[in-house]
Design a protein around this ligand. Structure first.
Ligand code: PMP
Length: 408
């Protein structure tokens, strides 16, 4: 028999385990201080609220329904809660504009499947969320650079480049707030410019709002979808497709996210969900509704206080321990700080050395770049780092960078 590799469809070629992910598997060891995993702190999960909610859902009259198949759009009371939630963010909408997905990762997969034909161009920032590249890769796009803060190419230049590559410009994707990996946020004017660009290109704009609720300071900026509703006159005229998630606020383990957008595109995505997994787990949707209804506001307020403190501790530790030639972002929210290493230093090589000699870990930045650039950057996550970890971790990392920079 020939190898399995030879039997796979072309779309599977780019599905590879990354060396970095393999390396990061080693990090569970207690002597390693890790800033690698971009995950919520499990100590902050609302365990009791979930326990109560499962009890409520399973002991009431709705228990049968909660364990039954349900509609692909998602549990209506949860969608109604999300309609209110989106309304509070400046996005007036109705239940037909909202569908439930199994984490916003599923949204990214579906949106890739819906919009990308092989050879089409996806516009993404450099760096951008690695999971979005992985989701889109299955649909065999080429990538071109979106510069959220400005300096974009002209629409015609994007179009020409896409056509030369044998496809069309099919979508733009970005995380406008507290991005993974940089922690940066783009301001209102930049959001308006992105809408101008996607209007001129006449393409969908995918707004990944995974960290939206985790703002620690600074003024809130309206979601791009809200600005789009304002300029287009109503959600059903918009081109922005908003991907939200409960993963960073209530629980990632329940795998629950949502898509909010124009009704026609939601209807199409619902058909896709039907063909893919029928629906997200009914009981989890009912439980998420129960917890969101009663605890979302107070719980997210608590999280903001806890993570704000961790961000501040890591920023202060960076200030104390990083050598000259190193710079970093100062995010207003989210979970990440993006560090630019002294010129010529490679984040991947540094990680190997960091694990071996200083027992400290992070994610090298190159993986977040669709074109393989960004070798001298790294991502630090502060979501799990207490005061001791921040201080000791940055002492070790600073020492290592200093040593590497001096060539020893
Ligand atoms: N988008 C971004 C920017 C993320 O960081 C993540 C999680 N790492 C996701 C989407 C996916 O999250 P989930 O599927 O848990 O909603």
């Amino acid at each position: 028999m020939s190898t399995w590799e030879e039997k796979y469809a072309a779309r599977a070629v780019r599905m590879r385990a990354s060396e970095i992910r393999e390396l990061l598997k080693l990090l569970d060891q207690p002597h390693i201080i890790s800033f690698a995993g971009g995950i919520p702190d499990p100590a902050l999960f609302p365990n009791d609220s979930f326990r109560e909610a499962y009890e409520n859902v399973l002991s009431g009259e709705g228990a049968g329904a909660a364990l039954q198949y349900s509609v692909s759009e998602g549990y209506l009371p949860l969608r109604a809660w999300l309609v209110d939630h989106m309304g509070s963010l400046g996005v007036p909408c109705a239940p037909e504009n909202v569908m439930i997905v199994s984490g916003s990762q599923q949204a990214l997969d579906y949106l890739g499947k819906l919009f990308l034909s092989p050879g089409d161009t996806a516009l993404v920032a450099r760096p951008t969320y690695l999971g979005a590249l992985q989701a889109f890769n299955a649909y065999e796009p080429r990538y071109d650079r979106l510069a959220p803060e400005g300096n974009n190419m002209t629409p015609q230049a994007y179009r020409d480049a896409a056509e030369k590559a044998g496809g069309r410009v099919a979508l733009a994707y970005l995380t406008p707030e507290f991005s993974n990996p940089t922690g940066e946020t783009i301001d209102r004017a930049a959001r308006e410019r992105l809408l101008d660009l996607t209007d001129e290109l006449d393409i969908p704009l995918i707004e990944d709002a995974a960290y939206q609720a985790l703002r620690y300071d600074g003024d809130p900026v309206p979601p791009i979808l809200a600005l789009d509703v304002e300029r287009s006159g109503g959600i059903d005229n918009t081109r922005t497709i908003y991907c939200g998630t409960f993963s960073k606020t209530l629980s990632p383990g329940l795998r629950m996210g949502w898509i909010c957008g124009a009704a026609p595109v939601i209807r199409k995505l619902v058909l896709m969900k039907q063909a893919s997994d029928l629906h997200s787990p009914t009981i989890n949707q009912a439980v998420m509704h129960d917890v969101a209804l009663r605890h979302y506001d107070s719980h997210t307020a608590m999280l903001r206080d806890a993570y704000r403190r961790r961000r501040d501790l890591l920023l202060q530790a960076l200030e104390r321990h990083m050598p000259e030639g190193t710079s970093w972002t100062k995010p207003e929210g989210g979970m990440f700080i993006w560090v630019t290493l002294p010129e010529g230093m490679d984040g991947g090589a540094l990680l190997a050395r960091a694990i071996e000699t200083e027992h400290v870990a992070f994610v090298p930045g190159q993986a977040f770049h669709a074109d393989g650039s960004g070798a001298n950057t790294i991502r630090l996550s502060f979501s799990l780092a207490d005061e001791t970890a921040a201080e000791e971790g940055m002492t070790r990392l600073g020492r290592l960078i200093r040593r590497e920079a001096s060539g020893r």
